[in-house]
Design a protein around this ligand. Structure first.
Ligand SMILES: [Fe+2]
Length: 371
């Protein structure tokens, strides 16, 4: 194990985390507050994994580009001329300027605003004007444009969801999503129609707290009393290799027509993909982007599995509903973060063996990557 990890998290806290017993301890507070741990997570978790980074429908036309942050690095998603989603390091090969600042349609080429170096949508360098002299097409001797295209990043699209793997050596995405697919009871995600995306902004909490909160059902009847009537006893955790989460099979006595009283599945793929499935016909996906130890961008894309196209009223109603539910979770996650400033949190608190065993597995995954 690296020196950094030991010195920041503390020998005692790590020993407590590893100690056997029915009631496990959580990750030490510094795992959520330390810049050094955040940097280590970017290097050992986010660079090496398939990271959920974007929504394919937001790159509908050739030339659509969306700048994203993956493992703290600037990456550019591009819909190319053939309709494929590509990803590149979002950096000009001339002076290494961050190439694209905001989502837009760039047309047939991507142009750097600094000296107008221009790239085709497949990343090839198209123009480096005046680079070699007074002629706009002049290139210096020995300069090979083929060696100065945008640097590609491994990317894969699964339904509406774009994943990026910076190191390029994660196992194939199909293998990574297979355990989650196994939890869908044969439901066909190919029928999904995007309804609305709720922009939840920047949340003052570590990305892991958002994931842990999604994975455990324990808080649901307490935090979401205003938006759901699911009793805790209808919930259970899903603690499967490759897919952590929880589920609700609503007992018939409690069953309502209300969306949030439906049987549901809350499924994650490590590190940052979370999918909520509400039988029979709704899916929601969180796009979490870690920005700092205590800051995470969050959006939620909502999809319908109904045969008819979603109406504007439905979109508005679902946007309001999910915004309200998320605010309930956000307030909690931000207070979880604030609590970690206290020395009381150094030993990580305790986890229920019944309701938070999947949280424990998530934390073990985090630590095993860092180790
Ligand atoms: Fe919640």
């Amino acid at each position: 194990m690296s020196l950094t990890l030991h010195s920041i998290l503390g020998d005692e806290a790590l020993a407590a985390f590893d100690a056997p017993g029915a009631v496990a301890r959580g990750l030490p507070a510094a795992a959520y507050t330390s810049e050094a741990i955040f940097a280590l997570e970017n290097e050992r978790i986010f660079a090496e994994s398939w990271v959920f980074t974007g929504l394919a429908h937001e790159l509908a036309r050739p030339g659509d580009v969306v700048p994203v942050t993956v493992a703290g690095k600037p990456v550019l998603l591009v819909r190319d001329a053939d309709g494929e989603v590509r990803a590149f390091h979002n950096v000009c090969r001339h002076r290494c300027l961050k190439l694209v600042e905001d989502p837009c349609n760039v047309g047939p080429t991507i142009q750097c605003p600094y000296h107008s170096w221009t790239y085709k949508l497949d990343g090839a360098l198209h123009l480096a004007p005046y680079f070699g002299g007074h002629d706009p097409r002049a290139l210096p001797d020995g300069f090979d444009p083929a060696q100065h295209g945008l640097v590609p990043v491994r990317v894969a699209t699964w339904h509406d969801w774009i994943f990026v793997n910076l190191t390029g050596d994660a196992q194939p995405l199909e293998e990574v999503v297979a355990p989650l697919l196994g939890q869908l009871d044969g439901l066909d995600l190919g029928r999904m129609q995007h309804v609305v995306t709720v922009d939840l902004g920047e949340i003052a909490a570590n990305w892991k707290l958002l994931m842990e909160n999604f994975i455990e059902p324990y808080h649901v009847p307490f935090v979401h009393a205003a938006t759901t009537e699911q009793p805790l006893t209808d919930h259970y955790t899903l603690n499967e290799p490759g897919c952590l989460g929880c589920a609700v099979d609503v007992s018939s006595t409690a069953k309502q027509d209300d969306t949030l009283s439906a049987d549901s599945r809350y499924l994650t793929i490590f590190p940052n993909f979370s999918l909520g499935l509400y039988f029979p016909d709704q899916v929601g996906v969180h796009l979490d982007v870690p920005l700092a130890p205590d800051r995470t961008l969050q959006r939620r894309a909502v999809y319908s599995l109904k045969p008819e196209p979603p109406s504007a009223e439905e979109a508005e109603q679902l946007a309001t509903l999910w915004h309200d539910v998320h605010v309930e979770d956000q307030v909690i996650c931000e207070r979880l973060q604030q609590g970690r400033e206290s020395a009381v949190a150094d030993d990580g608190g305790v986890l229920s063996p019944v309701w938070e065993d999947s949280v424990r597995s998530f934390q073990e995954l985090v630590l095993s990557h860092l180790r």
